[in-house]
Design a protein around this ligand. Structure first.
Ligand code: ASP
Length: 624
């Protein structure tokens, strides 16, 4: 029988169905079991009249049963399937779940964010978050349809590229093939979209990830964000404003029917007036700021082309010039003001347009420079050296091959959704956001590269400032995870036995880290020091043909340190980690912390939680 989605059950009264999902709640009383089952479409109450069913919340189940209409007074108006229930005939537990790290039946704002991000896949089961992601998908689908119906072409542009300055620091990626050189992740596809205009595409868009290494701010995601990037040829600023206004107005009407747009057409406010009347270039124009359904869009136009350059201006603050572009360096000056470029640059207006919503800047764009001479002039005014100009030579060259006048905009999808969904934070509308300090959700990035990786890239980490010393790295990892630990200083030891003696600890407490090659792949296996590696079991577990211990020189090459000092944290070396379960028969574990003279002692359980290894049976005793 085919699976029935939970929301369809209301139309299947008296029918036999099979549903799949997660157990949201279980109540066993006196031989009757009630449970709520959740799938992507909703939640339904299931009952078993004959017996208690042993099943835990968040287990994944398949239930076969019959849909029954609930008696009038038992109807639950709070859920869409409240008029029915499923009488369980057969229940199969497909997989079990550990107890969740936090509840998911609340809106989650009250929870520790670090925990939420660590278990983001659990957090997303929360109705609010999964709804946000579904709405996000509806919004991007709407945008795609709207634009492609109007002759726009969605084109992907490179991620490994050269700097495209949008006023932030670049993320750079080292090249292995050309050692010493780096790619930059795009701060936006600005130059590519302009090149696509030279290429005759005329109407381009892309829902695209942009990368900016900026210091975190409340309304700015650190690191990466998504924008609707758009560019058109043969247009005026008016055309761009109208298109976006129509797109977002119709999108709001369709996807957020409860929202009201306070003013249509959206007000257009000259930059000067915004500053003098509201003291900001992103005024909150809502009539009632307590009304969570009010949307006050506005355009800010007539920006000055330049601002005074300051030291904080990451905008290639070369120190040589007084000006920084107020948008970016491809924005065209107002035609009436071109003559002021030489005499009075600060009084030149730019053809820039910013989109503001409820006090947030949700997008910016401009009509671009298409005259190479003016582009060069702007480069000069922002203080580009010959060398810096060289970096943008391609665009000046391209403009010599017949460039159409063009312009565009790039609304930020995350920020737009944050406002539309009434969320206090960008992270609530992103599936796997970073913390404000740039730590990724679920996976622990950034992480250290292995010595091998660095060598291949021709990179040497300097000891100054950056913590490269392994001992410091372990300590910072433990502190970050708030683990209590003791440092033992002792005489030089090379083996686990010597170590146990000088530390005065049990041999079985020693966490012995072994480096192996499994079919050529480097891995780490940690076993209690009183046991031996069980190669046969490990091989079987890994399903590998060839598993061998790394030689001393290989250990040195992989970890940068010598056998005998390797700590059991595989992640410090980017190695997958396998831990023998018997290590946890101890309350404490102890290990050499990157040095022959320093050990760390800590709770075995803290190691289990912080090491992220696979637990298994990988050791044997001498007598086995
Ligand atoms: N590239 C600009 C940005 O990312 C937008 C634009 O001018 O179209 O902010």
């Amino acid at each position: 029988m085919q699976r029935t989605l939970i929301f369809e059950t209301v139309n299947k009264i008296s029918e036999n169905v099979i549903i799949n999902g997660w157990v949201a709640k279980v109540r066993n009383h006196g031989g009757i079991s009630f449970m709520d089952i959740r799938d992507r479409s909703g939640i339904i109450q299931c009952v078993c009249m004959e017996r208690n069913i042993e099943v835990n919340t968040e287990n994944v189940v398949e239930i076969a049963g019959i849909i029954k209409k609930r008696p009038e007074k038992m109807v639950n108006p709070k859920i869409s399937t409240g008029s029915v229930e499923l009488e369980i005939k057969k229940i199969k537990i497909l997989t079990k779940s550990l107890e969740l790290p936090f509840p998911i039946d609340t809106d989650g704002y009250e929870l520790d964010e670090e925990q939420r991000l660590k278990y983001r896949y659990v957090d997303i089961r929360r109705q609010r978050l999964s709804r946000n992601l579904r709405i996000r998908s509806q919004v991007t689908t709407y945008i795609r349809n709207f634009l492609t119906e109007r002759d726009f072409v969605e084109i992907e542009t490179p991620m490994l590229t050269k700097t495209t300055p949008e006023g932030a620091r670049d993320f750079i990626v080292p090249s292995r093939l050309q050692k010493g050189k780096f790619y930059a992740l795009p701060q936006s596809p600005q130059q590519y979209k302009q090149l696509l205009m030279v290429a005759g595409i005329e109407k381009y868009f892309q829902i695209v990830r942009c990368f900016r290494d900026e210091d975190p701010r409340a309304d700015r995601a650190y690191g990466e964000f998504t924008q609707l990037d758009l560019e058109m040829s043969f247009v005026t600023q008016e055309d761009i404003l109208q298109l976006i206004e129509k797109l977002f107005t119709s999108m709001v009407l369709k996807i957020f029917p409860g929202k009201k747009i306070s003013q249509s057409p959206w007000p257009r406010i000259p930059h000067k007036e915004a500053i003098s009347s509201y003291g900001t270039d992103k005024p909150d124009l809502r009539k009632n700021k307590n009304d969570k359904d009010e949307l006050a869009f506005a355009w800010i136009i007539g920006f000055p082309l330049f601002m005074k350059q300051t030291k904080d201006d990451y905008f290639h603050g070369s120190g040589r010039a007084k000006f920084a572009p107020s948008h970016h360096m491809f924005t065209a000056p107002h035609p009436e003001d071109i003559h002021l470029l030489d005499k009075d640059p600060l009084n030149v207006r730019g053809l820039q347009h910013d989109l503001v919503l409820n006090g947030y800047e949700v997008g910016g764009g401009s009509i671009r420079i298409h005259d190479p001479k003016i582009q060069e002039k702007v480069f000069d005014l922002i203080g580009f050296s010959q060398n810096q100009k060289e970096q943008f030579k391609h665009i000046l060259t391209a403009f010599k091959f017949g460039v159409p006048p063009h312009g565009g905009i790039a609304p930020g999808i995350d920020r737009l959704l944050m406002v539309l969904l009434g969320e206090p934070n960008l992270r609530e509308v992103i599936a796997f956001p970073m913390t404000s300090s740039g730590q990724t959700a679920v996976m622990d990035a950034p992480s250290f590269a292995t010595n091998n990786q660095l060598e291949e890239l021709g990179i040497k980490i300097q000891d100054t400032e950056i913590i490269t010393d392994l001992y410091d790295r372990i300590v910072s990892l433990l502190k970050e995870k708030k683990v209590v630990f003791h440092v033992l200083d002792h005489e030089v030891v090379h083996t686990s036995k010597q170590a146990a003696i000088v530390r005065g600890t049990k041999l079985s407490e020693g966490a012995k880290a072994l480096i192996l090659f499994a079919d050529g792949r480097e891995i780490m296996v940690v076993i209690p020091a009183d046991l031996k590696l069980n190669m046969a079991k490990l091989k079987k577990y890994l399903n590998a043909g060839d598993v061998r211990l790394a030689k001393a020189v290989e250990v040195k090459k992989i970890t940068g340190i010598e056998i005998g000092a390797v700590p059991p944290y595989g992640k410090l070396f980017n190695l997958p980690l396998y831990i023998d379960k018997r290590l946890f028969e101890n309350n404490n574990i102890v290990y050499n912390a990157g040095l022959h003279t320093k050990s760390i002692k800590m709770k075995a359980n803290d190691f289990k939680i912080t090491a992220s290894g696979v637990l298994g049976d990988f050791a044997k005793s001498e007598n086995d």
